[in-house]
Design a protein around this ligand. Sequence first.
Ligand SMILES: Cc1cc2nc3c(=O)[nH]c(=O)nc-3n(C[C@H](O)[C@H](O)[C@H](O)COP(=O)(O)O)c2cc1C
Ligand code: SF4
Length: 474
Amino acid sequence: MRLSLSEQIARRQQGKAPSQLNDQRIPIYGDKQTATSETRPLTWRLAHHDAVLDLATYESLQGFVGLKQALDKPFKDVENMIKAANVRGRGGAGFNAGLKWSFMSPPDGLPRYLICNADEMEPGTFKDRLLMERLPFQLIEGMLITAHAIGATDGYIFIRGEYILAAERLVKAIDECIENNLLGTGILGTDFSFNLHVHTGAGRYICGEETALINSLEGRRANPRTKPPFPQISGAWGRPTVVNNVETLCNMPAILVHGVDWYESLADIKGKSKTPGTKLFGCSGLVKDPGLWELPFGYTAREIIEDFAGGMVDGKTLKAWLPGGASTDFLTAEHLDTVVDFDAIQKAGSRMGTGLIMVVDETQDMVPLLRNLEIFFQRESCGFCTPCRDGLPWGVKLLTAINEGTGQLGDVEKLEELTRDLWIGKTFCAHAPGAMEPLMSALKYFRPEFDQKIVSAVGEDVIEAAVSQQPVVK
Ligand SMILES: Cc1cc2nc3c(=O)[nH]c(=O)nc-3n(C[C@H](O)[C@H](O)[C@H](O)COP(=O)(O)O)c2cc1C
Ligand code: SF4
């Protein structure tokens, strides 16, 4: 049974959807006064309006200019343009969007799909929600440009079920686009036709994995599919499909308006990063002003945490930070001068992920913190492959015991073993390795905190005996 959107939303409202964050506390751009479509292409319209929710206002602010430019070009030219711009996917992996599109099977007159991944359940990440709630037409325009480039006939915005306001605003914007011939058949008098639908998820982190998302959209159990075949060859309903993140798609309109050279030149603003374009960076945790800021690549973590987020709250000292969501590796105060981009963060030993930093202060105990994170990953395992389904609960069991003072000698080594057993290539999808990244890095940088709890639990004499291999008589 397929529920209508209003039925889906009503269901979510009856449930325990987390309360929406107070919008006023999230400054979506850094410098309100100077933001233009050339300096802050994703958020400049918010310098003039809290949100752009009607078509007339969007059109008065360069709305659908990029689409018109795209429709004037052959679809291959648009694909090549985006490939040359090197728009790196903002869903986490950073893959060149145009290159991804180029793997689509050639058109054959049958349906082809574009899916917008708006699942956004990564802890600490809230960038896509803002783009959808405040600028729904920008996402629709980005999807239309992409659909034209890949020859998609139908599109779906697969949105996290708790994002009720975003879903409502998107549906309203889609309706207005249909009324004004911006969606549907023969868009703007051309032979390009595209239908767009909003589908709310039932609240699973794994639905963010693109093939699990496709299964869920089709009404199947949300477990990942084998790749290959990749979705571009066989995706939704076995047809060629592209899945792109919300923020990735929102990059398209400005590139069509200002061109590839402009997009590339944005990276040179600070001269520290080769990644083109801008990104919604963010910071949460015990900082003075948690929020989101659209910035060109090139800023260091220190600049984001201290200059934009106002630094740590009074009296707190930073101990560790996650660069882009819970499924990335911890870095420490020593890494604060690392530029937050795909390559530099990888070189420092982590992943940029979603680019929204979470900070940990020196009074926070890593063991309960990790236990909390691993409870999340355990709960969100789809259960399809054994190492993840059984390994993640084992990790939680060990962390719980260590935290509660009932840990045993060797438990930390078992955790280390687990990080190897659930690593890339050992499980069916990237969920389990993602769960291991914070654990592995916490053990690397903060091992004494784990060991200390074991020492307190078993007693120093047991440790000493184990070291000297003598039996302890108690
Ligand atoms: C467990 C898991 C969860 C994911 N969650 C999301 C998500 O919420 N949003 C997203 O865009 N990508 C998510 N991804 C990545 C997607 O599989 C996919 O790479 C992405 O949507 C591609 O879009 P992009 O190329 O525009 O980045 C997730 C991946 C995994 C393994
Ligand atoms: S790694 Fe986890 S989430 Fe991924 S398929 Fe296996 S059980 Fe499912």
